[in-house]
Ligand binder design. Structure first.
Ligand SMILES: Nc1ncnc2c1ncn2[C@@H]1O[C@H](COP(=O)(O)OP(=O)(O)OP(=O)(O)O)[C@@H](O)[C@H]1O
Length: 311
């Protein structure tokens, strides 16, 4: 018998009043894969994950988790499933270890040695006896993952695990998810940042106002991505703009903040930069605006990027 899909959600819809927070989405996650549900704020990611956990019920569609449904199997649907919605909560005046011990107790106990194992997996073994109140936000997120791992899940569901983390925290979380995936765990995570998922996910669903805007592999997504863009500032931007007329393969536009934005295939952009140097212009800035995948994400979701964020 073939192993059932970790998640087989078909035609799932959930409305709050007249708002269709999740509108007829289908998400299928194979065992062992890392799957990303992406979308800007309000796209419906959390609502979808809450339905997987049975916290709310869909108005239409079916959700199977390892072949089980809420209708047929009740809470047994969650056997082998763990994770968190939004940020995990802990007692700040207790140590990381004491928090985990308490949670394990509430959950019927963890197998011997599991607590030490999960602390090591999330890289908190040497901080386990410090109070959680002194943990960074990233450490709390990792402790949340440790708490989820106590039950030896087969499927881990994480709602925006990297949200609010600084770049080092994001890197640590990404490395952790990679380690978990390497151990054979199925991971379903949500995010509103392309760069958080592009290195770790096998497949992604991009949501836009409740619906699916894209579904497929990261490679499929890359194939659709536009050319990279660069911010350019020179000693004579007007001249730089005029010189662009000789390079039809690229587009050069004025940016509202006085610099120029150059878009086009990398080799054409390099050739244009060489033209500028030959013409005696000095480059004052030449920086990527956003990665092609991020640009595609904004196009697909109609989200307006925070310009400070992408620079
Ligand atoms: N319980 C609720 N009652 C009414 N509206 C809700 C409820 N839960 C979510 N919504 C609305 O549904 C839409 C989708 O919200 P959801 O939290 O699922 O989005 P999200 O993609 O997870 O966004 P975020 O990244 O901001 O968490 C939003 O417009 C939200 O205001």
């Amino acid at each position: 018998m073939t192993e059932p899909l970790a998640v087989d959600a078909v035609g799932v819809t959930k409305a709050f009043g007249s708002l269709r927070a999740v509108d007829d989405i289908t998400v299928r996650v194979a065992p062992g894969e890392v799957y990303g549900v992406l979308g800007p704020n309000g796209a419906g990611k959390t609502t979808f994950l809450r339905m997987l956990f049975g916290l709310i019920r869909p108005d239409a569609g079916t959700i199977r988790v390892f072949g089980r449904t809420w209708e047929e199997d009740g809470a047994a649907v969650l056997d082998g499933v763990a994770g968190f919605i939004e940020s995990p909560k802990f007692y700040p005046y207790l140590t990381g270890r004491a928090n985990l011990e308490g949670l394990a107790l509430l959950d019927g106990g963890a197998r011997p040695g599991r607590l030490e194992e999960v602390l090591a997996i999330v890289d908190l073994a040497d901080r386990a006896d410090d109070k959680v109140g002194g943990y960074s936000y990233g450490m709390r997120q990792r402790l949340g993952v440790a708490a989820s791992l106590l039950r030896d899940p087969r499927l881990l569901i994480l709602d925006e695990p990297a949200n609010g983390l600084d770049p080092a925290g994001i890197r640590d979380m990404r490395a952790l998810v990679k380690r978990l995936a390497g151990s054979g765990l199925t991971v379903l995570l949500s995010s509103h940042h392309m760069d958080e998922v592009e290195e770790i996910c096998d497949n992604v669903t991009i949501m836009r106002r409740g619906s699916v805007a894209f579904h497929g592999t990261i490679a499929d997504l890359r194939a659709m991505a536009p050319d990279p863009g660069h911010l350019l500032a020179t000693t004579d931007d007007a001249r730089a703009l005029a010189l662009a007329a000789d390079r039809p393969g690229i587009e050069v536009e004025r940016d509202p903040e006085a610099a120029l934005v150059v878009t086009g295939p990398q080799h054409e952009v390099s050739a244009y930069v060489a033209d500028l140097v030959r013409a005696g212009l000095d480059l004052r800035a030449f920086t990527p605006t956003r990665t092609p995948l991020e640009a595609l994400f904004f196009m697909l979701t109609d989200a307006t990027p925070d310009l400070e964020e992408v620079r």
